[in-house]
Design a protein around this ligand. Structure first.
Ligand SMILES: NC(=O)c1ccc[n+]([C@@H]2O[C@H](COP(=O)([O-])OP(=O)(O)OC[C@H]3O[C@@H](n4cnc5c(N)ncnc54)[C@H](OP(=O)(O)O)[C@@H]3O)[C@@H](O)[C@H]2O)c1
Length: 346
């Protein structure tokens, strides 16, 4: 890391993702001069301890970025649309966790293990991909590099923390209601902005985010479109079905891929085991495979249950698990910041 220090802002610092960004900024050797922690009016005035100093949370406004070099945004798409332009105008480089700018052609969409070179093209904004996309492309990048990748079909098993702190609270409340024989109250899932809400406790909801005109959900379209952009593979065939489960943290994914070459299953596993930020946990004889609980709080992407398809020679099945608030959000965001500093792009 360079000796230069950077003034850093975290917008949405009190949220599920923002709290983890602050945690990793404290844990990592990140060269921070001043740190501004920003939220809505609701949390302004609260105190957070960072490197043994108390920082007061402030309300995020257009003028919050005057002396900021790097601004991490994680307060929802509408806030990013409103405040990111002011941050960029003030000279900050923005790393945005929301979907507001991800598919903008001018904005690099980056997973540092997959496409760090794209950071050089930034014009003030870098987007952090969707959580379920990050773990999938991180696991598949070494396969794409070594064997070529034609097709991906993914079904997700996603945690409620992907829908923010309020969704986690709702799962707790509904679990208590169900066990007390009371009616479960549903106000948030499957999608805060949609008309109907269903209980998530003891349930599985085949809807994450709202539906698009083509009957895919926005989460499914994010996985499809973001994967093609990050992997620089506009012609790759990608299909996704996204499902929410009553799990607090870590998304799991059942993924089927078709490769161009003809690797053996052992070669396929060895390629994953050698991949950056990946951990292979795959031994049916000892029932070894990753689960949401075993990956919670960890920075890596875990892969198991690798099998060659029984009918399609170049088809393989994988089970990919990672903590959506860590590698799926805060850790990937902080890694982007570290990579900017290390590559001297800021
Ligand atoms: N959770 C995930 O797995 C995940 C993964 C990748 C990306 N993301 C994205 O990251 C963003 C935040 O998600 P989250 O799960 O952390 O949500 P969250 O737990 O609901 O937190 C929202 C944060 O935004 C702040 N905020 C709300 N309204 C604001 C306003 N008007 N001005 C400034 N700050 C405001 C909140 O501050 P108060 O405390 O004042 O309310 C809080 O700090 C979303 O866009 C989400 O899509 C989430």
């Amino acid at each position: 890391m360079s000796e230069k220090k950077y003034n850093v802002a975290v917008v949405g610092a009190t949220g599920a993702v923002g709290q983890n960004i602050v945690k990793y900024l404290e844990e990592q050797p990140f060269p921070i001069g001043q740190l501004s922690l920003l939220s809505s009016k609701r949390s302004a005035g609260k105190k957070v301890t960072f490197h043994n100093k108390e920082i007061t949370i402030e309300e995020a406004t257009e003028s919050s970025f005057n002396s900021i070099d790097i601004a991490f945004f994680s307060a929802g798409g509408a806030i990013s649309e409103k405040l990111v332009p002011s941050a960029v105008k003030s000279g900050a480089v923005v790393i945005d966790n929301t979907s507001a700018y991800r598919m903008d052609e001018e904005v690099p969409l980056v997973v540092p293990e997959v496409n760090p070179e794209d950071l050089h093209k930034h014009k003030g904004i870098i987007a952090n991909p969707n959580c379920s996309t990050i773990q999938m492309v991180a696991a598949l990048k070494p396969i794409q590099e070594k064997y070529g990748l034609n097709r991906i079909i993914v079904s997700t098993y996603q945690a409620v923390s992907g829908a923010g702190l309020a969704a986690q609270d709702e799962l707790v409340a509904q679990t208590k209601q169900y066990l007390n024989d009371e009616e479960m109250e549903a106000n948030i899932l499957p999608a805060g902005g949609d008309k109907r809400h269903y209980p998530i406790a003891f349930n599985a909801l085949p809807q994450i985010d709202v539906f698009d005109d083509n009957d895919y959900t926005k989460e499914e379209l994010k996985m499809i479109n973001e994967t093609k952009k990050i992997m620089h593979a506009p012609d790759m065939k990608v299909a996704a079905t996204c499902v929410r489960l009553p799990v607090f943290s870590s998304h799991a994914e059942s993924v089927y891929v078709e490769v161009e070459g003809n690797p053996t299953v052992d070669q396929f596993k060895a390629t994953i085991a050698d991949g950056k930020g990946l951990i292979l946990e795959d031994d049916p004889a000892t029932q070894t495979y990753p689960t949401p609980l075993s990956s919670e709080g960890k920075k890596e992407v875990f892969v198991g249950r690798i099998r060659q398809d029984l009918d399609v020679n170049n088809g393989f099945h994988l089970w990919i698990v990672s903590d959506n608030l860590v590698k799926g959000a805060a850790w990937n965001t902080v890694q982007i910041g570290q990579s900017l500093v290390e590559q001297k792009i800021i």
